[in-house]
Ligand binder design. Structure first.
Ligand SMILES: NC(=O)c1ccc[n+]([C@@H]2O[C@H](COP(=O)([O-])OP(=O)(O)OC[C@H]3O[C@@H](n4cnc5c(N)ncnc54)[C@H](OP(=O)(O)O)[C@@H]3O)[C@@H](O)[C@H]2O)c1
Length: 442
């Protein structure tokens, strides 16, 4: 039931928090709408009146989907960053260098910051969080990973008592949409990409999504928060989906798997492995059923066991929900006088897991001469590298060749790479058509 509105006296007694919005695109528009539409609820929750008092944009005269007092617009960042009445900056303009400069200026002027910018946080989060701490300012970035899903708050607060051992995430809606379509409709990669672009899910230059870079930024952020260790983007091994063959999607399904672009953060015996790679997931695993543009993050904690966060990873209002929740936390902290006090600097020593201890099962598709002895060659070459077969099937390919699809038992990445390096020189030779990790059981 809706609470009673505050009367005029109560309203005038409320502390007034003024926000400077950097950007009024998809997310900024959602944030503006939420602050307007939920004003009463926000006042009850925070005990403060919250308003947007300046908006930095590129083109103030652009036609927009909401009506806004034109006096709020500016193209001069100083009008926002130097305004002593502005308490907080919400950075939803994107990009790295300008956003970094503006956030640095805002923190140096003791303005709190909320951002949705994963590119910036993955590259410069450590430096900006240190500065925020020095300035007794809050810097929150919930929307930077999995849009509307409160995964960062889940890791930072909900699981603060536990030790996280594994995080598996479907962190990019565009690629998940494409892979779902390839699986369910048997459509090839190029057709799916074109459709994703026509629907506005994929950008004209889709590289960041399809080559896994967008997901890698989120894995670096998840790893840093989940394992209390500062990881950089270049510590995430990245493989995208652009070379995926429809055939593998369907063969995998015959084995009982769905192919997903998975962000993996795994920690065993203090050693961490971070990657983004197309991965087959057992159909019984909850991540296998996450379809379309949705995101999900599966988290395994030493004490809590298995959990999963699921929902919209992007879009105007879902993303604005995360940004506005951060903003509410900042306002509550202002009331309590504890801004900047909740920042926990990463305290664990970093140890990346070496290839000999990075163990997975693998799906492997080989092209082989269809002749006697070839199966023995495959079996012997695997055995020489301490690899063993969990499942195998042979498929016709051409008059001379056949396809052999294998699912291995767990094997180290080192042994797998060693085997891959040898197979072309075997007699008869084996040609590697594809190879993907398998999660959730063979
Ligand atoms: N879209 C999503 O669903 C989503 C989800 C999670 C996170 N994010 C993150 O949220 C941020 C914003 O994304 P978005 O999709 O809302 O972006 P967008 O639609 O492209 O909007 C960007 C806004 O920033 C303004 N802007 C950009 N560069 C500027 C500059 N140098 N000076 C002044 N104004 C500038 C633009 O002004 P004009 O309007 O005048 O052009 C526009 O209003 C990004 O970091 C993105 O990664 C987005």
């Amino acid at each position: 039931m809706k609470q009673q509105a505050l009367n005029q006296n109560e309203q005038s007694e409320l502390q007034h928090i003024r926000i400077g919005l950097l950007g009024l695109g998809t997310v900024g528009t959602g944030v503006y709408r939420m602050i307007e539409d939920y004003q009463e609820d926000l006042q009850h929750k925070t005990g403060c009146q919250i308003s947007i008092s300046k908006i930095l944009v590129n083109s103030p005269n652009k036609l927009r989907s909401i009506e806004i007092n034109p006096d709020l617009y500016t193209t001069d960042p100083n009008e926002v960053l130097q305004d002593p009445n502005i308490d907080m900056i919400v950075e939803v303009m994107g990009g790295v260098e300008e956003a970094r400069e503006y956030i640095t200026q805002a923190l140096n002027s003791k303005k709190h910051v909320v951002t949705a910018n994963k590119d910036l946080i993955a590259l410069h989060g450590g430096e900006l969080l240190s500065l925020a701490g020095e300035q007794n300012c809050d810097l929150f970035y919930e929307a930077s990973v999995a849009g509307g899903i409160p995964i960062l708050r889940g890791l930072g607060d909900g699981f603060s008592s536990d030790r996280i051992t594994k995080m598996l995430g479907i962190l990019n809606g565009t690629t998940n949409y494409m892979l779902s379509k390839m699986a369910q409709e048997g459509v090839d990669y190029d057709t799916c990409l074109k459709e994703a672009q026509d629907l506005g899910y994929a950008e004209a230059d889709p590289t960041s999504d399809v080559e896994g870079l967008d997901a890698a930024r989120k894995v670096a952020i998840l790893g840093t928060l989940g394992y209390n260790t500062e990881f950089s983007l270049d510590e995430v091994d990245v493989q995208g989906i652009s070379s995926i063959d429809q055939k593998d999607v369907q063969y995998g399904r015959e084995f009982g798997y769905e192919l997903k672009l998975l962000g993996i953060a795994d920690k065993q015996n203090e050693e961490v492995e971070l990657s983004v790679q197309p991965t087959f997931i057992k159909k019984s695993h909850p991540l296998a059923n996450v379809d379309g543009v949705n995101n999900a993050v599966y988290v395994h904690g030493e004490s809590v066991g298995e959990t999963m966060f699921y929902g919209p990873g992007a879009g105007e209002l879902p993303t604005a929900t995360a940004v506005t929740s951060d903003l509410v936390t900042v306002v509550k902290n202002i009331k309590l006088g504890v801004n900047g006090k909740g920042n926990v600097a990463p305290f664990n020593v970093k140890k990346m897991k070496p290839k000999e201890r990075r163990k997975h099962s693998y799906y492997v598709r080989l092209l082989v001469q269809d002749e006697p002895g070839v199966m023995a060659t495959i079996a012997n070459s695997l055995a020489e590298n301490n690899m063993s077969i969990s499942n195998m099937v042979q498929k016709p390919y051409s008059e001379e060749k056949a396809e052999v699809v294998i699912v291995t038992h767990e094997v180290s990445l080192l042994a797998l790479e060693d085997w891959k390096g040898k197979i072309e020189s075997l007699n008869p030779t084996l040609e590697l058509a594809s190879c993907y990790a398998v999660e959730g059981g063979e």
